[in-house]
Every structure is written in structure tokens, then in C-alpha cells.
Design a protein around this ligand. Structure first.
Ligand code: SF4
Length: 422
């Protein structure tokens, strides 16, 4: 039940209940429960740990009244823009385009962090809260209590807290699966394995760790620590990310026990956001090596599972150039296995990534077209195909043109993969 207070200068809604489902709407909807403070110049949202979560300015030069800043658990500020309505939804599957302060592969968007209206909010939000707190001496007790705690969560403290999370999960997650867009990347990272099998030459997000998986006991301990870390705000989560780069390569038993244990320990059935989801990456080797019984049990965990597989190309010369140690035959086999699983298990969606770059060999795009168009007789409602630009920080009209051509002829939902870290 929310509590509302209004003064001449501010409006406060403590424990405001936002949407209970993630929905894709052209106007901003925010999920879960949060506290909203509206002043003459700003709107701030705080999570249930009283940490800043979102902010926007009400000044005239703010990009659009629907645009806002969000702070992630990794303490990054992300600016959600409407993209000027230039086909953002068609390109990304979302109405708002995330803009980051770090290099990524997005080919859309501008440079919002060069606008002082935006950077001023990041610089000044805490000063604003301090000012409000100082004037709250005669405010009702719940409001004072909220402000006294919120003001303690300084930018420095939030930075330290993000570091603590990275320590807990043994390093920052350099990339999240594209499917995590379905929950606006609000997920609890649970590392069940480290590293990956291939160490592809082109990949900018890999690490040097050879693939290793955790033990069940280690995962159980992590779940307990994460539960403590998320604290009161745990109830705003309904999703996990099984890390790291190839969790599907972990043993089926470990994957299933980790999901079941996480859903029950994190108490997702009592989350303020309905449903539950698991996101993970998988390699071609892991996918082709996973037995049928595993997918059957995965389909019965009680939540939705999204597995993202990096195929990159179906052309031998391209795979060779990329330094991806798989063959076109394995890519074709994986593609057909993906369709089989997507058809047979309603709660599992396996999605695939392909790369885009103008310097790739001539057969790269024709080889992908054979899979995403010629191999299918009908359009498919699931099994999203993501195209990921190879180069970082190079917005390009030519890329967008190529992407639109691929999207039009694809028989699958087809979107751009914008790399986002945690
Ligand atoms: S693309 Fe995937 S498998 Fe290849 S190096 Fe990067 S993380 Fe590892």
C-alpha cells in the first residue's frame, strides 16, 4: 500500500506500485515497487533499498518528457531515448533506445551524455535529495525515515556497492544476453560457470578464463549471498542470469538445480513482478551436446528460459576470418536443433546471433539468408534472430540499411543486438 505526501514544493509517493508485468508500450511504464519524489525540476525514483534508480529533469531542454535515466546494479547510468521515433521499435523490439557511457556496438542513437541537462542530473541528484532531507524536519515520520536513509546512499556508496556485487559474482558481467531486454535487464546474476570454450578472435567481451563450472554447493552459497545483497529490493526481481559466457555448457543437473534453488530462495512467486525468467548464453557445442531430457525438465521449471546462441555466420570463410572455431555444418545443425526445441517447448526460447560488418566475405549474408529465410516455409513467432554489429562505436546508415533488408526477408522476429553490461 503506497503512502502519498504533498507539500508546496514536493510530491512523494512511498512504495508506489508500478506495473506488475514487463510490457512493451510506447509510453514509459516502470515495473515493481519504488518511491517517487517529484520536485519543481526533477522526478526521482528509488528502489526498496532506498537507492536512486531512475531520474529525469523537467527542464524544457530535456530530450522528451518520456525519456529518462536509469541507474543499473553495476552503477552505470543508461539514458533511454525515444530515438526520435526513427524505427527504434522495429530495430530493437523495444520502444526506448538505451544509450550508454561506455563503448558498445549500437548503430542507432546520438550522444545524449554530451548534453549538460543529462549529465547535470547525474551530478546533482544527491545534492537535491540532501536539500530536501534538510527541510524535512516537520515532515511525517515515514517520509523523514525514507529521506534519512536515501541520503546515506551517496554516489560513492553506490559505487562501492556495485564493486561488492562484482566481487560476489567474481567479476563484472561484460555482456548480458539480448533477450534480457524482455525484463529491461533487471536480473540477478548467478555465476554457475566461468569462461567459454572457443575464445573467438573477433570477440571483445571474452576473458582468458578457460571454461570451468561451479559446484552445486558453491552455487547454493552464492544464492544465499545474493539474497542478502539484494535485501529489501529482492521483491522487485523475477529473473536470473546464469553466468557467464556459456552456462549451457555446465552440466544439465547443475543448470536445473541452480534455477530451481534460485526461484525458490529468491521467492519469485512473491515478487512484485509476475512470472519468472532465466537468461543464459550457450555455445554450439553446448547446444548440440544437451540431451532431450534436459530441455524437457528445463521446460518444467515454472518459468520462461531464454538461451542465446552465438552462431555469427554460416559461411566457412567468414567463420575463419572471425576466428570462431566452428563449421557451417555445425551452424546448420544448431539452427535446426534450435527450431526443434522452440517448437516443442512453449516456455523455452532459443535465440541466435549473427554478425554484421561491411568487411566480411561475400558469402556471409547469403549463408545467413539460407537459414533465416530459405530453410523455413512459414514465419515463426519465436526464435528471435539478433544481428550484432562487429565494430563498436560506429553508428552507420549502411548497417541499418543492411539490417532492414535482412529483417524484411527473415521468417523470424529479427532485431539488433545492443551489447549491454551489468
Ligand atoms: S563469442 Fe562467445 S564463445 Fe566466442 S570468445 Fe566471445 S564469449 Fe567466448
Amino acid at each position: 500500500m503506497y503512502t502519498r505526501f504533498t507539500t508546496d514544493d514536493y510530491k512523494f509517493t512511498i512504495a508506489k506500485q508500478g506495473s506488475s508485468t514487463y510490457t512493451k508500450t510506447s509510453f514509459p511504464t516502470h515495473c515493481g515497487r519504488y518511491t517517487e519524489i517529484e520536485t519543481e525540476n526533477f522526478v526521482f525514483h528509488f528502489n526498496l533499498n532506498k537507492e536512486i534508480l531512475r531520474a529525469k529533469s523537467k527542464c524544457q531542454n530535456w530530450g522528451h518528457p518520456h525519456e529518462w535515466l536509469k541507474r543499473t546494479q553495476g552503477n552505470d547510468w543508461v539514458y533511454y531515448s525515444t530515438g526520435g521515433y526513427t524505427g527504434v521499435f522495429e530495430a530493437t523490439g523495444e520502444y526506448y533506445l538505451p544509450n550508454f557511457q561506455y563503448p558498445t556496438n549500437s548503430i542507432l542513437g546520438g550522444h545524449p551524455f554530451t548534453c549538460h541537462e543529462i549529465t547535470d542530473v547525474i551530478k546533482n541528484w544527491h545534492g537535491e535529495i540532501e536539500r530536501i532531507e534538510k527541510h524535512s524536519i516537520h515532515s511525517p515520520a515515514p517520509l523523514q525515515e525514507f529521506l534519512n536513509n536515501a541520503v546515506k546512499n551517496t554516489p560513492e556508496k553506490l559505487d562501492k556497492r556495485a564493486e561488492k556485487l562484482f566481487e560476489l559474482i567474481e567479476g563484472r558481467i561484460s555482456v548480458l544476453p539480448p533477450d534480457a531486454r524482455h525484463v529491461d535487464y533487471n536480473l540477478i546474476p548467478l555465476t554457475i560457470s566461468k569462461g567459454c570454450l572457443y575464445k573467438c578472435r573477433f570477440c571483445k567481451v571474452k576473458n582468458n578464463t578457460p571454461f570451468t563450472e561451479k559446484t552445486t554447493e558453491e552455487v547454493q552459497n552464492k544464492i544465499g549471498q545474493l539474497k542478502q545483497f539484494y535485501g529489501d529490493d529482492l521483491r522487485n526481481y523475477n529473473s536470473i542470469f546464469l553466468g557467464e559466457h556459456d552456462a549451457l555448457q555446465a552440466s544439465p543437473e547443475l543448470i536445473l538445480s541452480s534455477i530451481n534453488e534460485a526461484y525458490s530462495s529468491f521467492n519469485f512467486s512473491h515478487s512484485y513482478v509476475k512470472g519468472s525468467n532465466t537468461f543464459l548464453f550457450g555455445s554450439v557445442t553446448a547446444l548440440l551436446g544437451s540431451p532431450d531430457w534436459f530441455f524437457k525438465e528445463l521446460g518444467e521449471t515454472g518459468g520462461n528460459t531464454y538461451i542465446n546462441i552465438g552462431l555469427e555466420s554460416a559461411d566457412a570463410e567468414t567463420l575463419d576470418k572471425l576466428g570462431k572455431p566452428i563449421t557451417p555444418r555445425l551452424v546448420a545443425e544448431s539452427f535446426s536443433r534450435i527450431q526443434e526445441i522452440n517448437t516443442n517447448y512453449p516456455t523455452i526460447e532459443i535465440t541466435a546471433n549473427f554478425l554484421m560488418d561491411e568487411d566480411l566475405p561475400a558469402n556471409h549474408y547469403p549463408s545467413i539468408e539460407k537459414l533465416i529465410r530459405d530453410s523455413q516455409t512459414h514465419t515463426r513467432p519465436k526464435g528471435t534472430i539478433y544481428f550484432s554489429p562487429l565494430k563498436f562505436d560506429q553508428p552507420s546508415r549502411k548497417h541499418l540499411f543492411t539490417f532492414n533488408r535482412l529483417k524484411i526477408m527473415s521468417r523470424f522476429p529479427t532485431y539488433l543486438y545492443i551489447i549491454q553490461r551489468l
